[in-house]
Design a protein around this ligand. Structure first.
Ligand code: SF4
Length: 469
């Protein structure tokens, strides 16, 4: 069954034509834009599309909102406190608008798809002209046109959750790129708001994904990260004729593509076929970000995660047998409603047992509209704080242990950046299994692959020396 809608080619060309018409007006005015992105990689990728539209329309990117003619916040709604922060950020833009009445202030992202949010913001902030949700990106020229004609626009309906292909993009990164393979989520973890705002799961067609990767590689990109809320369920509805493991095989032979990463994985869908693909395809990286959330099966049941502690540990064990140098990173929530001391100790013991390379840890905070927010046995804040601290201390020790095993390790690193400290330039980049290493070198090596030997490990990082450029 194919339950995916696609935006029609005629609608896309109508939007492109409108962008080119607007460009005739905007280019001579030499206008600039500034985009600030909050939240996950999906938002980073969406911002690239918005920047792509703005560039096509004739705006150029600038470094600060103080100098921009178009300012956009791309928001995230995963955490409750993000809303308060956003309100402060938008309020602060009023001064800029007073100084430059032509300034267009826009807000987009998944927070805008929360019920009533767009209306509330338009009412509270008269200096905001444009609000849109994650499913309206393809209509950006039309929305901007209306704003330039003096309207205030809020476009947050889900428009059938349709996928739009071939939108323009502006990427700041010259070596790595994010490629969406699917949108939305059907999992309804009981603490999470994403399925309510990003809609049901829809997968892109494999040919569209592959041709995007081919064009990225043609521009010099050698590392891609396949993105989705749950990449392992790619094509599960049968709409693409391929599941995730097959997709990995299908894109892995793109000439010149050196590294394929993917995120995020959901343990319930990480099957034997995906494990084999990771083990056998030469350019699929040996790193899996596998959110566990809790080490206690009863809490996992209450979280609606659909796997047990034992199942999670069996994935780790099986993958380690197949791919000995694989590294795992994870997300963990402490203080979920009903989490007893004993249940929390299960999380600690799982972290001890797995030895994650890194863990993103959070104290549970209720998200309005989710099932967990209505659960009765909420955990007091001081207890959550204490547990988070204990978990972080444990993970810090495990990170040190993990780093120590790399001393003497030799491997290829993709140079991502540099720090200049006095006379010395310190480059940094990752091995294919996501471990970051710092080493002396020259900045001309940025975006290149070099061979680095680890000579020292510290609390949070690895230090090394380049043995081949
Ligand atoms: S898998 Fe769960 S945590 Fe991840 S986006 Fe979907 S509902 Fe949220």
């Amino acid at each position: 069954m194919n339950n995916t809608n696609f935006v029609s080619e005629s609608e896309l060309s109508r939007q492109r034509d409108m962008a080119l018409t607007l460009a005739k007006e905007i280019v001579p005015r030499k206008l600039t834009f500034f985009v600030e992105t909050f939240g996950c990689q999906m938002n980073v990728r969406d911002s690239e599309t918005i920047k792509g539209w703005l560039s096509l329309i004739g705006y150029t990117q600038c470094e600060s909102k103080e100098h921009a003619d178009f300012v956009l916040f791309n928001t995230c709604c995963v955490r409750e406190h993000a809303e308060k922060r956003l309100m402060g950020n938008i309020g602060a833009l009023k001064e800029l608008k007073d100084a430059n009445p032509g300034l267009i202030i826009a807000i987009c992202g998944c927070m805008m798809q929360q019920e009533g949010m767009a209306k509330k913001l338009l009412k509270r902030f008269p200096h905001v002209s444009l609000i849109f949700g994650t499913n309206a990106l393809h209509r950006f020229p039309e929305m901007l046109n209306a704003v330039l004609n003096g309207e205030r626009i809020a476009m947050t309906d889900r428009a059938g959750d349709a996928i739009a292909e071939g939108l323009p993009k502006l990427r700041d990164n010259q070596r790595s790129a994010f490629v969406n393979i699917m949108y939305g989520c059907d999992n309804y973890c009981s603490y999470c708001i994403v399925p309510y705002v990003r809609g049901h799961e829809r997968s892109r067609m494999p040919e569209d994904i592959r041709s995007e990767i081919v064009s990225l590689v043609e521009t010099g990109i050698t590392e891609i990260t396949l993105l989705g809320q749950n990449v392992n369920s790619y094509g599960n509805d049968g709409s693409t004729g391929m599941r995730f493991a097959e997709l990995l095989r299908y894109v892995s032979d793109v000439p010149g593509l050196k590294r394929i990463r993917f995120m995020s994985s959901h343990p319930k869908d990480l099957n034997e076929d995906v494990m084999q693909a990771i083990a056998t395809l030469p350019n699929v990286c040996h790193h899996v970000h596998l959110p566990v959330q809790s080490g206690n099966s009863e809490i996992l049941r209450r979280m609606n995660r659909k796997y047990t502690r034992e199942h999670y540990l069996s994935i780790i064990e099986n993958l380690r047998k197949l791919v000995p140098d694989i590294e795992f990173t994870t997300d963990i929530i402490v203080g979920f409603p009903g989490e007893t001391e004993e249940a929390f100790r299960d999380t600690l013991s799982l972290v001890e047992e797995v030895g994650f390379a890194a863990a993103f840890t959070f104290a549970y905070s209720p998200r309005q509209g989710t099932v967990a927010a209505r659960m009765e046995d909420q955990i007091p804040e001081p207890v959550k704080k204490q547990r988070l601290q204990a978990l972080n201390e444990l993970q810090a020790r495990k990170t040190v242990e993990n780093n120590e095993k790399y001393i003497g390790h030799v491997g290829e690193v993709l140079v991502e950046g540099y720090d200049e400290r006095g006379e010395e330039t310190l480059l940094y980049g990752k091995y294919q299994n996501f471990k970051m290493v710092y080493f002396p070198g020259c900045r001309e090596l940025l975006n290149r692959y070099v061979t680095v030997k680890v000579t020292k490990s510290s609390k949070n990082s690895l230090l090394g020396e380049m043995i081949d450029a």
